[in-house]
Design a protein around this ligand. Structure first.
Ligand code: AMP
Ligand code: GLY
Length: 412
């Protein structure tokens, strides 16, 4: 079959990789794709949010399956537009994408359907939010409603920090915030292929959201990742599936907004069981970059089977994949463009391009998170050594990375 991947980041690079390695796939296109994907996919110059352009392309090229990467494109209704034209596309409709695009919607669903999560309240004025924070005390979590690329959340350890976050949030007109109880525990990502009530779990990945070593610094889209995660046992995965993922898929049907696509559970193992931090309506980034290379089943065929409501059991390799993100020096505050990156050819593992461009015959930085180097090995210790040996081969003085990806899962 012919597959079209929508997007250009590291996640979409990994989706193109998995599509390319699917026996059922004869050709992969990516719109707009990236230079990094050039050997896997034919990149076509259509922006990810140019829905009319993508619909025409899919029709003209007899695309059998379109797979959407970015959340903002789902939130503007790419799936609705494709389905209207009878084109097969894997992703949620605009209405179902609200599990991610509105934190308030997600929290309301979890409350209504008893899906374990942090206690919360939603506010649309600064005064009311301030009064609530003062009453609850710190630590407390402030989340702006809407899509923020992982950057609209403040885990405030003091009232002052919380007030600062509220001031920033309410500087934006018509903004609202969700204020949550602060949970403590071990975070992990559980992604599933979903179509209505069919929910097929993937292997667990562990993201590292803070910018700096030791989980310090501002929240980011994710600075590194590994899969699988020893601490998350089959019993915990079962609990997460039965209490969070399947109930959410059922709840979406119940509410008349059935979900199709990758449903991402951002979960936390707490003293009182698995709790939901958030849902996303798409594959995690950088989770895709370690999970998909471990998938031995045919990726595109799996999607088709799930869309046909078939239960599938997935085959994974027994390696540990570990990825270290290289980000622009001031990320997440700002990003760089145009800094030359050398040495990628010497890297032994996989390099997925998150934010690069190809200018004047050079690969250059073009975003906040720029690339991720992923290694696979029999143990996490070996995967760590390999990934960091590779990272040292990449030459660019405008990039930084964390030194402790995967350390949590290592002995000693
Ligand atoms: P989100 O964008 O909702 O995933 O939040 C980003 C990060 O903030 C999460 O990955 C957690 O590390 C942290 N976080 C969010 N909500 C909570 C919460 N209720 N308690 C503790 N940490 C949280
Ligand atoms: N890695 C977190 C996310 O994709 O939202």
């Amino acid at each position: 079959m012919k597959v079209l991947v929508v997007g250009k980041g590291g996640r979409e690079h990994a989706i193109a990789y998995a599509s390319y390695h699917s026996e059922s796939v004869s050709k992969v296109y990516a719109a707009p794709g990236s230079y990094g994907m050039r050997e896997l996919a034919e990149c076509v110059d259509i922006a990810a949010n140019d829905i009319d352009g993508l619909v025409s392309f899919a029709k003209q090229h007899d695309i059998d399956l379109t797979i959407v990467g970015p959340e903002d494109v789902l939130a503007i209704g790419i799936v609705d537009a494709f389905e209207k034209e009878g084109l097969k596309i894997f992703g949620p409709t605009k209405a179902a994408a609200k599990v991610e695009s509105s934190k308030d919607f997600a929290k309301k669903m979890m409350a209504k359907y008893n899906i374990p999560t942090a206690a919360y309240a939603t506010f649309n004025t600064f005064e009311a939010a301030k009064a609530y924070v003062e009453e609850q005390g710190a630590p407390i979590v402030i989340k702006e409603d809407g899509l923020k690329a992982g950057k609209g959340v403040t885990v405030a350890s003091t009232i002052e920090e919380a007030m600062e976050a509220l001031t920033i949030a309410f500087d934006i007109e018509n903004n609202s915030v969700v204020i949550e109880e602060c949970l403590f525990g071990f975070e992990f990502s559980l992604m599933s292929f979903v179509c209505d009530d069919i929910v097929v779990p993937m292997e667990i990945a562990q993201d590292h959201k803070c910018a700096y070593d030791g989980d310090t610094g501002p929240n980011t889209g994710g600075m590194g990742v590994y899969s699988p995660v020893k601490m998350i046992t089959p019993a915990i995965i079962e609990e997460a599936m039965e209490k969070v993922m399947k109930p959410m898929a059922k709840a979406m049907i119940e509410e008349g907004v059935p979900f199709t696509g990758f449903l991402y559970g951002g979960l936390m193992l707490t003293d009182t069981g698995v709790k939901t931090i958030e849902f996303n309506a798409r594959f995690g980034d950088p989770e895709a970059e370690v999970i998909l290379p471990r998938l031995e089943s045919d990726f595109a065929q799996t999607i088709i089977k799930v869309m046909n409501h078939e239960e599938v059991s997935l085959k994974w390799n027994d390696k540990v994949a570990l990825g270290v993100v290289m980000a622009s020096e001031n990320y997440p505050a700002s990003s760089t463009k145009g800094a030359i990156i050398k040495g990628l050819d010497d890297v032994e593992g996989n390099v997925f391009h998150m934010g690069t461009a190809f200018v004047d015959n050079e690969i250059v930085t073009d975003g906040g998170r720029v690339l991720i180097v992923v290694s696979e090995a029999d143990t996490i210790e070996e995967a760590y050594e390999k990934a960091y040996a590779d990272i040292k081969k990449v030459n660019c003085d405008k990039l930084f990375y964390r030194n402790d990806i995967g350390k949590k899962d290592m002995k000693g």
